[in-house]
Design a protein around this ligand. Structure first.
Ligand code: KIV
Ligand code: NA
Length: 278
């Protein structure tokens, strides 16, 4: 498949072909995302912190860690459009610092675009990044980097005021030049309303079936994450079971002496040479 571009994503939106996005955190998961022509976007999400690095919160992820992982994902990415999250704190100081950090993401890890959680307070930054050619994907609704101030990972936009605020934010992001936005954990009616109210692709996660695209965290979708399973998660594979079976089989074969096989899985020396050695 041809390389997916921002224009490709806009065309998919206009032709009502749902956009598929999966997260990846390293070279092998990047290869898996690239292995299927129907995957449009690979996202190096800061969920990296929890599902891959074992932290409790995305707020513990550093810019250096993100760049390290995003570089590996970039090396394994072929046709999907490649986006990475700016980690917590890396775009919350001055605009100049945020721009420098975004430049590092693009230059040092070769991602094509960056994703930012936030609303009105990041609009100036979105405009600036867009103006210097760094494409920005917004992220509204549930913003995991703010889970403490939100008092947990909760559905957003459930009352008139917060629903209106989210619609306003989506419009601001579009006007500031964002090329797409993730909409996380909102009622499906609001997911549809926001989608119909902007002209850039919306990618939903827990935002119902009517956004322009869908994204899931790799480990949730593939069943390698055994932590909390949100309502919006569907397991498309059970890799954990396959892994445990593999570990069990290896351990059994070592313990009972059947691995390695002395012929098929071992090297040998010329008998004449061995006699001289002895
Ligand atoms: O960090 C992440 O994986 C994300 C997606 C779930 C949208 O932001
Ligand atoms: Na994220």
């Amino acid at each position: 498949r041809d390389k997916v571009t921002i224009q490709t994503l806009q065309t998919l939106r206009e032709s009502k072909v749902p956009i598929s996005m999966l997260t990846a955190y390293d070279y092998p998961t990047a290869l898996s995302c690239s292995s299927n022509p129907d995957i449009d976007i690979t996202l190096v999400g800061d969920s990296l912190a929890q599902v891959c690095l074992g932290y409790k919160s995305t707020t513990q992820l550093t810019l250096d860690q993100m760049i390290h992982h995003a570089s590996a994902v970039a090396r394994g990415t072929t046709h999907p459009f490649l986006v990475a999250d700016m980690p917590f704190g890396s775009y919350h100081g001055s605009i100049d610092d945020a721009v420098n950090n975004a430049v590092r993401m693009v230059r040092d890890s070769q991602v094509e675009a960056i994703k930012l959680e936030g609303g009105e307070e990041i609009i100036g930054l979105v405009r600036r990044l867009t103006s210097i050619g760094i494409p920005v994907m917004g992220h509204i609704g549930l913003m995991p980097q703010r889970h403490v101030s939100l008092s947990g990972y909760k559905v957003q936009g459930k009352n008139v005021a917060s629903a209106k605020e989210l619609v306003r934010t989506s419009t601001l992001l579009e006007e500031a030049g964002a090329f797409a936005m993730v909409v996380e954990a909102v009622p499906k009616e609001l997911g549809r309303y926001i989608t119909e109210n902007v002209t850039i692709p919306t990618i939903g996660i827990g935002a119902g079936p009517w956004t322009n695209g869908q994204v899931l965290v790799w480990d949730d979708a593939m069943g390698t994450w055994l932590g909390h399973k949100a309502k919006f998660v569907r397991r498309f594979a059970n890799l954990q079971a396959a892994r445990e079976l593999g570990v069990q089989s290896f351990a059994n074969a070592v313990k009972d002496g059947s691995f390695p096989d002395p012929v098929r899985e071992s090297y040998t020396i010329d008998p004449a040479e061995w006699t001289k050695f002895l």
